[in-house]
Each structure stands twice: as structure tokens, then as C-alpha cells.
Design a protein around this ligand. Structure first.
Ligand code: HEC
Ligand code: HEC
Length: 296
């Protein structure tokens, strides 16, 4: 007697193979489809604009903000400078600062005169940091001056808005004292602005001519003097010691020459660093020698 069939569906080796393939294959196919589905939804979640996200990822870490030194400079208003810098102390009267709007606190200071106010704002006074703690690269003298006028006039003063430096001055000497609206008289102010404006084109021409090591230092000094320094030192603009004026130079020359060179290189009062030029140090020193020799 043969055994009764159990009704098993797999009867041939071919069916067995088909069953095995189906047993593994179907779950694997489902898993693959699920994986693709999950992956797909993550991708769309991260941002559909692939180009943009790639650009963000490959963007350089540091961005350099290139400013054209010759572009016309846009000055901040006194109010802008005040809000960005000075308000840190002057809004609430921090550290004993005269409060904005407090006419009583400002009256005696405004009484000292605009020049004194500006001088103290630029150079510091007591707990007041020079330029409110900013650098001349961030805020020019003109912008600081505007902030001074804004504060004083917001606190009972009636100061005139400082004159804007001549166009072109900003690039070379705008940040120095040369174009300072502090000049005692309008005439002096105009003279200085004219001198500085005349300078604006000079440095570029002066630098290559000097070319690092000058064959003849005395020659280079005289050349630089004629191109740059004489704008102020010939006529004594802004009270610069006049060329050949022994009396004006004598007290200055009591200081060691290194100090005098330093003033010429890094500025002093209304004297801009290197006279507003970018001539090599050696040539500036040579120009000092040239001026000093003429005043002996
Ligand atoms: C860190 C705090 C601080 C900041 C920031 C600051 N000041 Fe002052 N400022 C003072 C203090 C303190 C005084 C009072 C100094 C004194 O009379 O001894 C003062 C005084 C002054 C005076 C009066 C000077 C005088 O002749 O009596 C002027 C003008 C002035 N500040 C302008 C400015 C301007 C402009 C800015 C922004 C560019 C600024 N300050 C930012 C603390 C500050
Ligand atoms: C925008 C005008 C200006 C220009 C340009 C200028 N100077 Fe001056 N210079 C001054 C003023 C103002 C002083 C007086 C500064 C003071 O004593 O506060 C001065 C002072 C000096 C002093 C004396 C510093 C001391 O010992 O007291 C030297 C040195 C000097 N300048 C060299 C030069 C040279 C070199 C150049 C050209 C490369 C030059 N200056 C261009 C305005 C100018």
C-alpha cells in the first residue's frame, strides 16, 4: 500500500527551488523598497534644492570682504555711530559718562568748546576710551566728530555739523587727523581738505618711484617731500612746522631722532601717518632728514 499523499504543495525539485527563492526574495524586495522610501523622504526633508545645499557645503570657510579704497566712502551719520558705539556708555550714563539728553551733564562740557570735545572723544579722557574704543579703520575722525555733535546737540548743544572731508581724502588720510573737522577755522579746514585731496593721487605714484631701496636716500627724501609733505609743511597748514622755520623745528628736534621719525611714520595730532602716503619707511625717514636739515 502506498502512503496517502499529505497534500504537500512541493512535489518536485523545481517547486522547491521556486519556494526557496520566493521565501527569501520577497522579504528582501520589501526591505529594499522600504529603505528606498525612507531614504527618499530624508532627502526631500533636507532641502529639495540640491544645488543650493551643495553650494553651502563647498562654500569657503572664510569670506574676505574686499573694499575698494578708491570707491567714494559712505560715512555713517552721528546717530548711527552713537547707536553702534557710544550708546554703550552714553545711553545710560555708564562709568560716569554724560548721559545722552542730559543737558545738565553736557552743558559744562559743551562750554569747553567743540574742539575740546572732539579731542577728548578721539583721544580719550578718564574712563572714556579713545574713539569710544573703536579703531580709525572702523570709524573715521569725521564719523566720530558727527557722533560728538549728535550727542551734544541731543543734549542741549547747538554745534554745527562737521564738514565732510574732501572726496578722495578718505582713502589716504581720511582716518587721520588731516581732514579733522576740528580745524580751528573754516579757512584752515578748507586748506587742509585741499592739501589732503591733492595728496590722494600722490602715494601710488610715489611708492613705485622709490621702489624699496633708493639709490640716493637724500634724493628720495627730497622727492617725497615735494610730492607729499610740502602740501602741509611748506605753508604750515594745520600748524605743521614750516619747512626751513628753525623756531618751529627747534623744540621738536630736542627729542631723539627716532621719536621724530616715529611721528612722521605713525602720525601725531593732525600729522597723518607718512603724511597720508604709503611710501616706504626709508623714504619717509629721508624726507624727515631733508626737512630737518633745512631747519638747522
Ligand atoms: C566705555 C564707555 C564709553 C564709550 C563706549 C564712549 N564713551 Fe564717551 N565718555 C565716557 C565717559 C566715562 C566720559 C566722561 C569722561 C570724563 O569726563 O572723565 C565720556 C565723555 C565723553 C565726551 C565729553 C568729553 C569732554 O570734553 O568732557 C564726549 C564728547 C564723548 N564722551 C564722546 C563719545 C563718543 C563720540 C563715543 C562713541 C564714538 C563715546 N563717547 C563712547 C565713556 C564712554
Ligand atoms: C596733512 C598735512 C601734513 C602732511 C601731508 C605732512 N605733515 Fe608732517 N606734520 C603735520 C602737522 C600738523 C604736524 C604737527 C603735529 C603736532 O605737533 O601735533 C606735523 C609734524 C611733523 C613732524 C614733526 C614731528 C615732531 O617731532 O613733533 C615731522 C617730522 C613730520 N611732520 C614729517 C612729515 C613728513 C616726512 C611728511 C611727508 C611724508 C609729512 N610730515 C607730511 C602735517 C602734515
Amino acid at each position: 500500500m502506498s502512503e496517502a499523499p499529505h497534500g504537500a504543495p512541493i512535489k518536485t525539485p523545481g517547486q522547491l527551488i521556486a519556494a526557496v527563492i520566493a521565501g527569501f526574495g520577497i522579504p528582501v524586495a520589501i526591505i529594499i523598497l522600504l529603505a528606498v522610501y525612507v531614504n527618499n523622504s530624508t532627502r526631500t526633508g533636507a532641502g529639495t534644492d540640491i544645488e543650493q545645499s551643495v553650494n553651502t557645503r563647498i562654500a569657503p570657510v572664510a569670506q574676505v570682504d574686499i573694499r575698494d579704497a578708491n570707491a567714494p566712502r559712505v560715512y555713517k551719520t552721528g546717530e548711527e555711530v552713537f547707536k553702534a558705539v557710544c550708546s554703550a556708555c552714553h545711553a545710560a550714563g555708564t562709568a560716569g559718562a554724560p548721559k545722552f539728553g542730559d543737558a545738565g551733564a553736557w552743558a559744562p562740557r559743551i562750554g569747553e568748546g567743540y574742539d575740546t570735545l572732539l579731542h577728548n572723544a578721539l583721544n580719550g579722557k578718564g574712563a572714556m576710551p579713545a574713539r569710544g574704543g573703536t579703531s580709525p579703520d572702523d570709524y573715521s575722525d569725521f564719523e566720530i566728530a558727527r557722533a560728538v555733535v549728535y550727542m551734544a546737540n541731543g543734549s542741549g548743544g547747538k554745534l554745527a555739523e562737521p564738514a565732510q572731508p574732501a572726496p578722495g581724502a578718505a582713502a589716504s588720510a581720511g582716518a587721520s587727523g588731516a581732514a579733522a573737522p576740528a580745524a580751528a577755522s573754516a579757512n584752515e579746514n578748507a586748506q587742509a581738505a585741499a592739501a589732503v585731496a591733492a595728496l590722494a593721487s600722490v602715494p601710488q605714484a610715489a611708492a613705485p618711484a622709490a621702489g624699496g631701496q633708493s639709490a640716493d636716500a637724500a634724493q628720495a627724501g627730497k622727492a617725497l617731500y615735494e610730492q607729499v609733505c610740502q602740501a602741509c609743511h611748506a605753508a604750515g597748514v594745520l600748524n605743521a612746522p614750516k619747512f626751513g622755520d628753525k623756531a618751529a623745528w627747534a623744540p621738536r628736534l630736542k627729542e631723539p631722532m627716532d621719536t621724530v621719525y616715529n611721528y612722521a611714520l605713525h602720525g601725531k595730532g593732525a600729522m597723518p601717518p607718512k603724511g597720508g602716503s604709503n611710501a616706504p619707511d626709508a623714504d619717509v625717514k629721508a624726507a624727515v632728514d631733508y626737512m630737518v636739515n633745512a631747519a638747522k
